[in-house]
Ligand binder design. Structure first.
Ligand code: B12
Ligand code: SF4
Length: 462
């Protein structure tokens, strides 16, 4: 039996339960696997040192998002300094997008995993246990061999029910439940995954590298037992569905909602905080979602310019967005729109169009982000080829601060437009009233607003 530690290096205290590590842990039932979440530790690095010295793991795995390079790279070195024999493995969105680059850059990394890794990690650990050193048969792995880097094709499993169930007890759930992890919360909330993958090919998105372009799902029965468990055992009353594209298959949404309605939970709420596609929603789906307990919808609107939507390959038009927002509003959802500003080729006029569009739409809140190009996305490749960004520019990415501006615009100018977007959207009597009402209803987390404000107002090093 091998000893394994899986680390989530997000040290922001409001981080959510790391589902990625929960799923991987569920695959490693025959081993002594522990999950270590920086977000729930008072002194994460010091405690980790003690943990590593006492637990003496054979393998340490770290989940890695592109914006966390400044934490993950030193962490790999830290682990190797404690014991060079520990195998350090990485997985998650960043390694899935540029495994070769990571292996070239960081000698402290032994193996890199690509995409969903429940099966790959299981096979890997079995090989390590048997002292095998050939990994070519594992799907979705990259490693050094002689002076080459070998990368195998990744594979996505059709039936998600073979993964999990998550052993929630591996972490102290109360630490996650006592926080307001999202901007909007009605009750004590936990994230869950019902489907993985998305068939769209938006140019700024790297979901295709992580979960593929085919939507696969858990059965409704599987999800219900997960909900039941969290509802009865931990008093969780709100479920944040963080799928890539939850609303794509309407029949699935309908089956899911009908099953929830049938269960007749005394109190339950749902939302999709990382956004759903706006065009997939119709009367039937919306009315059932409302009945099942949905109260808020985040919509991937992205831009107020048809030209930019086309450049993003978003397959949406302003006309469809306006029509759909109107329809969704009729059902009384709290609507939050996601908007990207400063997308390549955008001019000042395009960005102002987005700001005006956000204000014109009947939405309650707007989540503006300045554009970041993540590795593995088509737009990243284009920008590197055109010499507009250097590889690794994203690693400097401070939360909510621009690091890229389209040609002809400075970062300072983009930052002004970003602040203008926020001020002109939020300082309207209508939005102030909405915020006040959401606050009174104890749905809106003021703490998170301060968190966003603090990050937005940080002086940017330009
Ligand atoms: C939920 C979510 C959030 C939530 C919760 C965040 C959190 N820390 O838990 C919220 C809304 C807060 C959020 C915020 C942000 N997010 Co987000 N988020 C997601 C989302 C939708 C799901 C992630 C998830 O939990 N998946 C479920 C688990 C089961 O899957 P998984 O994490 O991929 O793990 C599997 C594999 O990757 C692999 N794996 C993962 N880790 C490891 C480790 C090892 C050792 C191994 C072997 C394998 C492995 O195996 C796992 C099981 O199959 C993804 C989209 C996506 N599909 O990944 C975006 C995503 C991860 N987010 C992204 C971004 C950019 C952000 C923000 C920076 C956005 C912003 N500008 O504010 C912030 C940053 C927050 C932060 N803490 O730094 C990007 C990351 C891109 C990148 N290249 O890194 C993604 C991919 C979205 C996208 N379309 O591009 N996010
Ligand atoms: S942005 Fe949304 S719709 Fe577009 S590819 Fe990514 S997950 Fe799919």
């Amino acid at each position: 039996m091998l000893r394994i530690i899986l680390i989530s290096p997000f040290n922001h205290k409001d981080n959510v339960f790391p589902l990625s590590l929960g799923y991987l842990d569920a695959s490693l039932k025959n081993h002594d696997c522990r999950i270590y979440d920086f977000a729930t530790e008072e002194n994460p690095k010091n405690n980790l040192k003690n943990f590593l010295t006492h637990f003496k793991p054979h393998i340490v795995g770290i989940t890695f998002w592109s914006n966390k390079g400044y934490v993950v790279e030193p962490l790999c070195e830290f682990i190797k300094q404690i014991d060079r024999k520990i195998k350090v493995i990485l997985g998650g969105p960043h390694p899935s997008s540029c495994p070769e680059e990571i292996l070239k850059r960081n000698k402290n990394v032994d193996h890199v995993f690509l995409g969903e890794s429940e099966i790959a990690i299981k096979e890997y650990i079995e090989k390590i246990e048997r002292n095998e050193s050939s990994f070519e048969t594992i799907k979705g792995i990259a490693f050094r061999k002689n002076s080459n880097i070998i990368k195998t094709e990744f594979h996505f499993e059709e039936n998600l029910d073979q993964f999990g169930p998550i052993n929630w007890e591996k972490l102290d759930i109360s630490k996650y439940l006592e926080r307001r992890q999202f901007l909007l919360n009605k009750y004590k909330a936990m994230p869950i995954i019902t489907t993985r993958g998305c068939p769209y090919l938006c140019k700024f998105c790297n979901v295709r590298n992580i979960n593929g372009t085919k939507i696969r799902h858990h059965s409704v029965g599987y999800i219900l037992s997960e909900i039941d468990y969290l509802w009865y055992k931990y008093g969780v009353r709100e479920f944040k569905i963080i799928d890539d594209n939850f609303t794509f298959y309407k029949e699935y949404v309908i089956d899911f909602c009908e099953a929830i309605i049938k269960k007749n939970y005394k109190r339950i709420a749902f939302s999709c905080p990382n956004g759903v596609r706006i065009d997939a929603l119709d009367d039937e789906a919306l009315s059932l979602m409302k009945k099942a307990g949905w109260y808020s919808l985040y919509l991937g609107i992205e831009s107020g310019s048809d030209k930019t939507l086309k450049k993003m390959n978003k397959k949406l038009s302003l006309q469809v967005i306006e029509k759909q927002v109107g329809l969704i509003k009729e059902y009384g959802f709290i609507i939050t729109g996601f908007f990207i500003i400063g997308y390549p080729h955008e001019t000042r006029a395009d960005i102002i169009k987005t700001i005006k569009f956000a204000k014109r739409l009947d939405i309650d809140l707007a989540n503006f982000h300045t554009f970041v190009s993540f590795p593995g996305t088509p737009i990243y490749k284009e920008l590197v080829e055109r010499g507009e960004i250097k590889k690794n520019d994203f690693s400097k990415q401070p939360f909510l601060q621009p690091v890229y501006a389209p040609r002809g615009m400075s970062i300072r100018e983009l930052r002004h437009l970003f602040v203008r977007a926020l001020f002109s959207f939020y300082l309207r009597p209508r939005t102030i009233k909405t915020i006040f009402l959401l606050f009174i209803r104890r749905i809106l987390s003021i703490k998170r607003i301060f968190f966003y404000m603090k990050n937005i107002l940080k002086k940017h090093p330009v």
